[in-house]
Design a protein around this ligand. Structure first.
Ligand code: SF4
Length: 399
C-alpha cells in the first residue's frame, strides 16, 4: 500500500505574521530610498544607477518565508532542505545558523535512509524530481513544498508533451536542480516520455544537424549522454519535438534556440507541424534581463552584478553586462576588498578570481558611473552592503 501523503501548508496567518519579522533582515531602507529616487544614488565622485528591476522575485520571497514558517511551526523537529532553498549564500548561511539540515540531491545518499516520519523536509523553489518526491513520501516525512508556481507551469507543459508523444527539448543546465526536476516530469504519467536537455546554441545546433541527417549517432549520444532520457534514440525521438526552458535562462538565447530548431524541422518536413514551443522563461527573469538592457543603454564605467555564483538567472545577467562594460559579479560586500582587489566570479574560468576595478575608479577628479543589478535570489540587505562598501572604497564621503 502506498504511504499516505503528508504535505503540510505552513503559510498559516498566525505563523506568517511572525515570519514577517523574521524576513525583515533581508530588506534595506537604503535600497528602498534609492528606488524612490528613480533608482539613482548620487554622491561626491559617484553616480550609481540601479536597474529598474532587480533582486528578490516573488517565488524566492515565498520560498524563504516558507522556510522560516517551517522553523516556526516545528521548532522541536529536525528540518531538512533538499539542497539549497535558493541559490544565495547569505540566505542559506542564515538558515543553516538556525539549524537547517541538508539532504543531497543524490537519492542513494545515506541521509535518506535515516529519515523518519518525525522529520520535516522542505522542497526548494526549483522543485524536486518525481523519484525524489516518491522516496520522501515513502519515508512518510512531513513535506513542505516551496516550489515556485512558474516552475510548476513548465512541468505541466512537458507533461502535456509526454502525453502527446512529443519529446521535450529543455533549454537548461542538465545538472541544475530545476532542469533535473523538469526532465523527470517530461517522462509523463507513463514514465515513457522522452527529453533532451540543450545547454546552449551549440547544443541546439548539434540537434538541428542530426535532425537533418548530418550528425554522427555515436558522437551525438556521447555528447548528450548525461542530458537525455533513458533509452533516448535520436533517430526516433527527434521526430516530434516540443521546446521548454529552465525558467531562468537567457531570453535571447532561448529565442535563438527555438528558431534554430523550428527551421530544422521545417527544412526536414516542409512544415513546422512537428515542432511545438512554449516559452517558459519566468516573468521575473525577463524583467531583470530587460531592465539590465535598459540600464546598459546609459554610459557606465563598470557594472556590479550581485548574487550567488551558482544562481542561473544572476549568471545570465553577468553574461549580458560583460559583453558591454567591465563587469564584476560579486556575491557579497566583502568581495570588494579594495579598489585594486575585488573577488569576483569569472564566467569563463568558472571560478572566483581577484581583479582590480578599472583605473577610472581611482581618479577622484571625475564622477564614477556605476550600474548595479542583482539576481532574483539576492536579498536587498546584501545589495545595501555592497553599495556601502563601494562608497567606502571609493572614499566618496571624503571627496
Ligand atoms: S526566478 Fe522565476 S521561477 Fe525562479 S523562483 Fe523566481 S519567479 Fe520563480
Amino acid at each position: 500500500m502506498a504511504a499516505p501523503k503528508r504535505l503540510i501548508n505552513v503559510r498559516r496567518p498566525e505563523v506568517m505574521s511572525l515570519v514577517q519579522e523574521d524576513v525583515r533582515q533581508y530588506q534595506s531602507e537604503l535600497v528602498d530610498q534609492i528606488r524612490a529616487n528613480g533608482n539613482v544614488l548620487e554622491l561626491p565622485g559617484l553616480y550609481l544607477r540601479l536597474a529598474s528591476a532587480f533582486g528578490f522575485c516573488d517565488g524566492v520571497k515565498r520560498a524563504i518565508e516558507i522556510a522560516y514558517a517551517t522553523c516556526r511551526m516545528f521548532p522541536e523537529r529536525r528540518i531538512w532542505l533538499i539542497g539549497e532553498i535558493i541559490h544565495n549564500p547569505e540566505v542559506n548561511a542564515r538558515l543553516d545558523a538556525m539549524g537547517m539540515r541538508h539532504l543531497p540531491w543524490r537519492l542513494d545518499a545515506p541521509e535518506y535512509a535515516a529519515l523518519t516520519s518525525d522529520d520535516v523536509v522542505i522542497m526548494p523553489a526549483f522543485g524536486v524530481s518525481i523519484p525524489m518526491r516518491r522516496l520522501l513520501e515513502e519515508k512518510g516525512v512531513l513535506l513542505v513544498d516551496s516550489t515556485c508556481g512558474n516552475v510548476v507551469k513548465v512541468w505541466n507543459r512537458v507533461r502535456t508533451y509526454a502525453a502527446a508523444g512529443i519529446t521535450s527539448i529543455i533549454h537548461g543546465k542538465a545538472r541544475h536542480e530545476e532542469s533535473i526536476a523538469t526532465a523527470s516530469h517530461s517522462r509523463g504519467e507513463s514514465e515513457q516520455g522522452n527529453f533532451l536537455v540543450v545547454f546552449d546554441e551549440n547544443d541546439a545546433g548539434l540537434v538541428a544537424e542530426y535532425m537533418l541527417g548530418r550528425g554522427d549517432r555515436t558522437s551525438f549520444m556521447q555528447h548528450f549522454a548525461a542530458a537525455c532520457s533513458p533509452g533516448f534514440d535520436p533517430d526516433i525521438h527527434l521526430n516530434v519535438i516540443g521546446i521548454a526552458n529552465q525558467t531562468t535562462m537567457l531570453k535571447s538565447e532561448t529565442a535563438h534556440i527555438q528558431e534554430l530548431l523550428r527551421a530544422a524541422v521545417i527544412e526536414r518536413d516542409g512544415s513546422d507541424e512537428r515542432f511545438h514551443v512554449f516559452d517558459t522563461i519566468c516573468g521575473a527573469t525577463q524583467d531583470r534581463q530587460n531592465a539590465l538592457f535598459e540600464l546598459l543603454g546609459e554610459p557606465m564605467d563598470l557594472m556590479l552584478i550581485i548574487g550567488g555564483y551558482n544562481s542561473s538567472n544572476t549568471t545570465h545577467l553577468a553574461h549580458i553586462a560583460s559583453r558591454r562594460v567591465p563587469t564584476f559579479f560579486v556575491k557579497s560586500a566583502d568581495c570588494l576588498e579594495s579598489l585594486s582587489c575585488v573577488r569576483c566570479y569569472d564566467l569563463k574560468e568558472k571560478q572566483e578570481v581577484v581583479r582590480p576595478l578599472p583605473p577610472e575608479v581611482s581618479d577622484t577628479g571625475r564622477i564614477l558611473r556605476v550600474g548595479l543589478t542583482a539576481g532574483a535570489s539576492c536579498p536587498a540587505n546584501v545589495i545595501e552592503e555592497v553599495i556601502c562598501r563601494l562608497v567606502e572604497i571609493r572614499d566618496c564621503l571624503a571627496l
